[in-house]
Design a binder for this molecule. Structure first.
Ligand code: ADP
Ligand code: MG
Length: 694
């Protein structure tokens, strides 16, 4: 079958709606989708009925409200369409009420204290802006998930709220530029997703991969990524077959999977879709991660989405390409063709600059997880300091505006906004600064700090809200002025002056940058998840998010609890797993080898007492030192896990300061033991096998 024949075949999209709904119903539904109009129950019933018919024709037997609780993955509870007819036969039914609202038993999802136990129910509410789809014979209805008090218990609700905030404020700005046709501005996102593919049989043999998603121990393979021979290299047949099937599955779901290539590390790959509206991009990315894992299983593979599955080679991230687009297709981050459009572009650009500077901590928090801590700050991913890369040309233009000096570009004259055409900034693909956490790439910003397993909702909630807030400040200032052009020029000049500290075009991996950023520029350096979350409920953050109705203070506090608890749980699971592997697998294995060496030594000495047997003696000696060290530290680790106490924040710091360092010590000892022990004794697959066998 040709791609256009099956693309979106599993989606109840606009094409399907148009063909199966009456014109009245279709237009009411469109009003709900585009203008947030409330949907009456007759319309809902008609849509539900049409949806059910379409779904049943396409093989669905069940339906589910598909939502994104704060566990990091999606959740679904399946109900079948079957109902008993009065005469005892079975009929397939699906009502408008069932479409609009669901009541999953929500007591086991994290709520951070939002739901008292006596009110354990939450409810899911249909998000008509994201199309329903069929997955595994189930009609999936994208929904938001809230408590009965209306508090958000998921990632979609605040994302939708942040998009609304951005829309409101951006429209105010566009109006000032005389742009009144635009009805809506939405953030658009294209997330580039990195992942590892490894063999399922090898994966099954490693407790750490199965329980934690990463290898907790493992000596480096003789070869890593030093030769740079994997990035965009030829795709091996097994991987190519996987990618082909993955594309097909994603296309059926209407996901525009576009580019697939090998990444830097051995066995590492990337998938990028064509960008779309933020909320749909977030749903699609969750689906993509799920399908990636499912398709891998069919190929005897496992898709690892952890941020740092292997030491010594790059970890995996997710690049969040973000821009703002109007309903008539204008990208507000694209430099315009006329001087006036350019002034508008510069104002939106400045809004992003100020937002990122003012809310650095929120952006850092939005990507903070135990897994991502292992990646940020290594020499492979942006540091835990937020800065913006603009490129030399744009930076020079901003400098010229700030200091009222001639711009050294083609024309070499003073830039007066509204009078000069700015050069079009080339979308430079050759000289990309890959070390910047937040880079302008011609007509969009690329936020590069996200971890590969993160939902992109979190980062976009903060980004949309922060930019909305700056646009609000700008609009407040400009709406009241008498001379718009001078006020605009002054506002842009002032913004550049006050926020240029966040702009950094140099090498973000350089140690000198950390010093400059923190000591000279006063930028926040928050290396770990507890460091970052300590700032979530800072007064200015609470005020900003509450002002735009993205998060109430109560909701924010619950997220603080949930995320720090998740951090503690992640480290705790890793520590328990490590202890089990060392006690039950590594120590006995090394012991076996030592005893073989010892008997060999004894046997030889018995025959020829003058032999030195230095291999046996030295190896036995070194391995015994190592096993002693492992034993002592694993005892300490077990004690450390059992002693954790205190509030959530104290517990997270304890995990970071007491548990993780012990795990690092153990890893060093264990990895050395691995290199000295005979291969046949080693109890699970090594890095050589894991990274080079697919
Ligand atoms: P690369 O970063 O590898 O050069 P691109 O810049 O073409 O590749 O695209 C990377 C991702 O950015 C893709 O998902 C693409 O759809 C997305 N993207 C491109 N333009 C925009 C835009 N204006 N807004 C948001 N995302 C975009
Ligand atoms: Mg990119």
């Amino acid at each position: 079958m040709k791609i256009p024949d099956y693309f979106g075949s599993m989606v109840f999209d606009d094409r399907v709606m148009r063909s199966v709904l009456s014109s009245d119903i279709y237009h009411s539904l469109k009003r709900t989708i585009n203008q947030n109009a409330t949907l009456n129950i007759e319309v809902a019933n008609a849509v539900a009925d049409a949806m059910k018919k379409w779904a049943v024709e396409n093989g669905a037997t069940h339906f589910t409200h598909w939502f994104q609780p704060l566990t990091g993955i999606t959740a679904e509870k399946h109900d079948s369409f079957i109902t008993r007819a009065p005469d005892g036969r079975v009929i397939m039914e699906f009502s408008g009420k069932e479409l609009i609202q669901g009541e999953p038993d929500a007591s086991s999802f994290p709520s951070g204290g939002l739901r008292a136990t006596f009110e354990a129910r939450g409810y899911t509410a249909w998000d008509p802006t994201s199309y329903a789809f069929i997955k595994d014979n189930t009609l999936c209805i994208p929904t938001a998930f809230c408590s009965y008090g209306g508090e958000a218990l998921d990632k979609k609700t605040p994302l939708l709220r942040s998009m609304e905030a951005l829309n409101r404020q951006a429209l105010r700005i566009l109006k000032l530029f005389g742009n009144t046709e635009v009805k809506c501005v939405h953030p658009c996102v294209g997330p580039e997703q990195e992942y590892f593919l490894i063999d399922k049989k090898l994966y099954d043999e490693r407790m750490d991969l199965r329980f934690t998603g990463r290898t907790l121990i493992g000596a480096k393979a003789p070869k890593g990524q030093e030769m740079s021979d994997h990035y965009a290299g030829t795709i091996k047949p097994r991987v190519a077959a996987y990618m082909a099937e993955l594309d097909e599955e994603l296309w059926k779901l209407g996901i525009f999977a576009k580019t697939e290539h090998n990444e830097t590390a051995p066995s590492q790959h990337e998938l990028a879709p064509i960008y779309t509206t933020c909320n749909i991009a977030a749903d699609h990315n969750q689906l993509t991660m799920e399908i990636m894992q499912k398709v891998a299983a069919r190929h005897g593979l496992v898709c690892l989405l952890h941020e740092k599955p292997f030491e010594g080679v790059n970890g995996s991230g997710k690049h969040n390409n973000w821009s703002m687009q109007t309903d008539n297709g204008t990208n507000l981050l694209s430099p315009g063709k006329t001087p006036y459009e350019n002034a508008q572009f510069l104002l939106f650009l400045c809004a992003v600059i100020q937002a990122v500077d003012d809310y650095q901590e929120l952006l850092r928090i939005s990507v903070a997880t135990a897994g991502n801590d292992l990646r940020l700050g290594g020499h492979e991913a942006p540091p835990a300091i937020i800065s913006i890369f603009l490129g030399d040309e744009l930076t020079e233009i901003l400098n010229a505006i700030e200091t009222d000096t001639p711009y050294c570009g083609a024309e070499k004259e003073l830039i007066k906004l509204g009078a000069h055409v700015l050069p079009r900034f080339p979308r430079d693909t050759t000289d990309r600064n890959r070390t910047s956490p937040f880079a302008f790439t011609g007509n969009k910003f690329e936020f590069r700090m996200l971890g590969s397993s993160n939902s992109i909702a979190c980062a976009n909630i903060m980004l949309n809200s922060a930019v909305a807030d700056t646009l609000r400040i700008f609009a407040d200032e400009l709406e009241g002025c008498t001379d718009f052009e001078s006020a605009l020029h002054e506002l842009i000049r002032k913004t550049i002056h006050e926020h240029k500290r966040i702009i950094f075009n140099g090498n973000g991996y350089d140690d000198a940058w950390v010093r400059e950023a923190t000591e000279k520029r006063g930028l926040a350096n928050l290396p770990t998840t507890p460091d970052a979350f300590a700032h979530l409920c800072d007064e200015k953050n609470v005020a900003m998010l509450a002002r735009h109705k993205v998060f109430s203070e109560t909701e924010l506090r619950s997220r603080y609890e949930i995320n720090l608890n998740r951090y503690c749980a992640a480290v705790n699971t890793e520590a328990q797993t490590m202890s089990a592997m060392l006690r039950r697998q590594v120590l006995p294995a090394v012991e076996g080898y030592v005893s073989e060496l010892s008997s060999a030594f004894a046997a030889r000495k018995a025959v020829l007492p003058e032999l030195k047997c230095s291999y046996e003696t030295k190896t036995v000696l070194r391995l015994t030192e190592l096993t002693d060290g492992i034993y002592e530290n694993v005892e300490k680790l077990d004690r450390a896990i059992s002693e954790q106490c205190g509030g959530t924040f104290e517990c997270a710091c304890y995990m970071r300061d007491k548990v993780l360092p012990l795990m690092n010590t153990l890893r060093t000892l264990c990895d050395e033991a691995e290199t000295v022990t005979a291969e046949k004794y080693w109890p699970f697959p090594t890095y050589e096998k894991l990274l080079f066998s697919v």
